[in-house]
Design a protein around this ligand. Structure first.
Ligand code: NDP
Length: 252
C-alpha cells in the first residue's frame, strides 16, 4: 500500500494542454492515483477521444489558455460542473525554433502568450478558489531550458526561465494561503513537439550522448515528479523546480 503522504485519491486536478503528449500522460497518472481529472486543450473532439481512454472520473474543458476571458469562464465552468480544484498543472505550451535574427514579432508574442501568460492567467483564476479554501497545489511545467539556452531556441528558453520565476512569485504570494507552487522541468521527451528533433539522427544522437541516462525521456518518466509535488508529501516544498531530465542539466 502506498504511504498516506502520497495519497491524493479524491482530489480534483486540472491539467492544461492535456489532449496529447506530456499533459495527457500527467493526467493519466493523476487519474491512476485516484484523482478526478479535467483535460484541457483547444479541440473538444480531440479532448473527448483522450478522455475516453483514461481510467476513473474524467472531464474535459476546452478553452484557449492564452485568452483571459476564456480562461476565467473555463475555470468557473470547471469548478461549477466538476467541483473545487485541488491541483492545477500548467502544462500547455509550444516550441518555435529559429535563429533570433529571423524570429518575428508575431511569433515572439505567440510563444510568450502560450508558455508564460497562460500560466499566469490559469494560475490566477484557479488560485482565487484555492486561496479562499486555504489549500491547493500548482505545478508549472518548466523545462531544462529554464536553466540553459541552446542556439535557435532563445524565445522558448526566455519563456521557460520566466516561468521558473513566476513559480517562485506565485509561491511567495499564495504560500501564506496554503498553496504550494512548484515547477517540473522535463529534459528531452519524445512527443509531437519534439518529433522533428527525434527524427533528426544527428540531434537525436546528441541528446542520447549528452544525457547521463543515455536516452530520450518518455512522457511516463514525468508522472512520479508531478504526483509527488501534488501530494501531502510536498506540503513544505514550494518555489522549487524539480528537473526530470536523466541528469542532463547537471553535466557539461
Ligand atoms: P505537445 O505539442 O505534444 O502538446 C501541447 C499541448 O498543449 C497540447 O495538448 C495542446 O492542445 C496544448 N495547447 C497548446 N496551446 C494551447 C492553448 N493556447 N490553449 C490550450 N491548450 C494548448 O507538447 P509536449 O507534450 O511536448 O509539451 C508539453 C509541455 O511540456 C510544454 O509546456 C512544453 O514546453 C514542456 N516541455 C516539453 C519538453 C519535451 O521534450 N517534449 C521538454 C521540456 C518542456 P491543442 O493543440 O489540442 O489545443
Amino acid at each position: 500500500m502506498a504511504h498516506p503522504l502520497f495519497d491524493i485519491g479524491g482530489r480534483t486536478a486540472l491539467v492544461t494542454g492535456s489532449s496529447r503528449g506530456i499533459g495527457l500522460a500527467l493526467a493519466w497518472g493523476l487519474a491512476e492515483a485516484g484523482c478526478t481529472v479535467v483535460l484541457n486543450g483547444r479541440d473538444p473532439d480531440r479532448l473527448a477521444k483522450a478522455a475516453a481512454e483514461l481510467p476513473g472520473e474524467v472531464h474535459t474543458a476546452a478553452f484557449d489558455v492564452t485568452d483571459g476571458p476564456s480562461v476565467a469562464a473555463g475555470i468557473a465552468d470547471v469548478e461549477a460542473r466538476v467541483g473545487p480544484l485541488d491541483i492545477l498543472v500548467n502544462n500547455a505550451g509550444m516550441q518555435l525554433r529559429a535563429p533570433l535574427l529571423e524570429f518575428t514579432d508575431t511569433d515572439w508574442h505567440r510563444i510568450i502568450d502560450t508558455n508564460l501568460t497562460s500560466a499566469f492567467l490559469v494560475g490566477r483564476e484557479a488560485a482565487r478558489g484555492m486561496t479562499a479554501r486555504g489549500h491547493g497545489k500548482i505545478v508549472n511545467i518548466c523545462s531544462l531550458q529554464s536553466e540553459v539556452a541552446r542556439p535557435g531556441i532563445a524565445p522558448y528558453a526566455a519563456t521557460k526561465g520566466a516561468l521558473k520565476m513566476l513559480t517562485k512569485g506565485m509561491c511567495a504570494d499564495w504560500g501564506p494561503h496554503g498553496i504550494q507552487v512548484n515547477g517540473l522541468g522535463p529534459g528531452y521527451i519524445e512527443t509531437e513537439l519534439t518529433q522533428p528533433l527525434v527524427d533528426d539522427p544527428e540531434f537525436s544522437t546528441w541528446v542520447r550522448r549528452r544525457t547521463p541516462a543515455g536516452r530520450w525521456g518518455r512522457t511516463r518518466d514525468l508522472v512520479g515528479g508531478v504526483l509527488f509535488l501534488a501530494s501531502p508529501a510536498a506540503d513544505f516544498v514550494s518555489g522549487q523546480v524539480l528537473y526530470v531530465d536523466g541528469g542532463m542539466t547537471s553535466v557539461l
